[in-house]
Ligand binder design. Structure first.
Ligand SMILES: Nc1nc2c(ncn2[C@@H]2O[C@H](COP(=O)(O)OP(=O)(O)OP(=O)(O)O)[C@@H](O)[C@H]2O)c(=O)[nH]1
Length: 311
């Protein structure tokens, strides 16, 4: 059984509010509150300094949890913000829980849950809420930083990584592959005669076709494989720890899936195919060299008649 207290923290009014407020009546609680107050102040000062040292959401929450955990014997913290696709967990959850839904100036900043072995006292809840006030701006900044980073590295139409994201991933993968002597392959995929879809049905349907191809290619990949949009109707799949033989197999699987894809516009079935180049990292090759080879091989597949792979 878990015991839970749900609260809303409304930072808009610059005050922290408990939805189900219970009365603090006993003198003992008031005394405990007075003693804790000084400590909370000290902790607030420490948090103010610590939390401004990072813009990384994970790090900010880690610093907050470590500081507050010591102070009130917390077992765990869980933060999630669905719109930002973030879920961060620290510690091991326990029986007594309290939840806060955080907002600021009308913006939703996420939900946070704390757990501990013992019940939260009123004084502890108030201290926690005071300390959450220190998390507000670092949390908001970290979410903004995360969103900015996401839009810099991802394609807004399809949601997959963009050219910059590809460059970063490929640099990382090439280094890893060279250091650990593991194979690395990539596929360069280009949709065939894509211009005809745009010309016949319009750009919006062309966009829908691009998304359909992305979903189709994704369904053929492992979780660890990464799919990027290089630009236009050209995509790259980075296959870590994959040799040329296995990469050909993946390329062929994607090619078949796209050719069999049921894509329709206003009830008209639209046949779609793609040409793919398959390249595997050679000794002494860098990420640019690998990408260039993959691209050249994709054009070999185009020239050979499209709807095929070239290795
Ligand atoms: N709808 C849509 N079209 C795009 C986008 N980016 C590029 N395109 C279009 O993609 C088309 C690419 O055409 P081409 O380079 O001639 O290639 P293709 O028609 O696929 O022919 P092949 O590659 O030779 O088989 C152009 O019409 C571009 O305008 C986009 O984001 N959305």
């Amino acid at each position: 059984m878990t015991l839970s207290t749900s609260n809303t923290i409304d930072f808009d009014s610059a005050r922290l509010k408990l939805i189900s407020e219970k009365k603090l009546s006993s003198v003992a609680i008031q005394r405990e509150k007075a003693v804790k107050h000084m400590t909370v102040l000290g902790l607030q000062q420490r948090l103010t300094q610590q939390l401004q040292t990072s813009l990384e959401l994970e790090r900010v929450l880690d610093l907050f949890f470590t500081a507050v955990q010591e102070f009130m014997g917390l077992n765990s913290l869980e933060f999630h913000h669905d719109a930002h696709a973030v879920k961060v967990s620290k510690g091991v959850p326990s029986m007594h829980r309290c939840n806060y839904r955080m907002t600021h100036a009308g913006d939703f900043l996420g939900e946070i849950q704390f757990t501990r072995d013992k019940r939260f006292s009123e004084v502890q809840l108030q201290s926690l809420e005071t300390l959450l006030g220190n998390l507000l701006y670092p949390l908001r900044n970290a979410l903004m930083y995360r969103a900015a980073l996401h839009s810099a590295l991802n394609d807004s139409l399809t949601g997959i990584g963009n050219r910059l994201g590809l460059d970063q991933a490929l640099t990382r993968e090439v280094k890893f592959s060279s250091r650990h002597h593991t194979p690395l392959s990539l596929l360069v995929l280009d949709i065939d005669h894509f211009k005809q879809i745009n010309d016949k049905y319009g750009h919006a349907y062309g966009d829908a076709a691009l998304k359909a191809v992305v979903n189709c290619a994704r369904s053929c990949l492992r979780d660890v494989d990464e799919l990027f949009r290089m630009g236009g109707e050209e995509f790259v799949v980075v296959l870590s720890n994959t040799d040329n033989h296995a990469a050909r197999f993946v390329a062929e699987r994607i090619r078949c899936s796209i050719a069999q894809m049921q894509f329709e516009i206003d009830g008209d079935p639209i046949p779609m195919t793609a040409s793919l180049g398959v390249a595997t990292l050679k000794a002494e090759e860098n990420n640019e060299g690998l990408l260039e080879r993959g691209d050249k091989l994709m054009y070999v597949a185009k020239r050979a008649g499209r709807n095929r792979i070239a290795c």
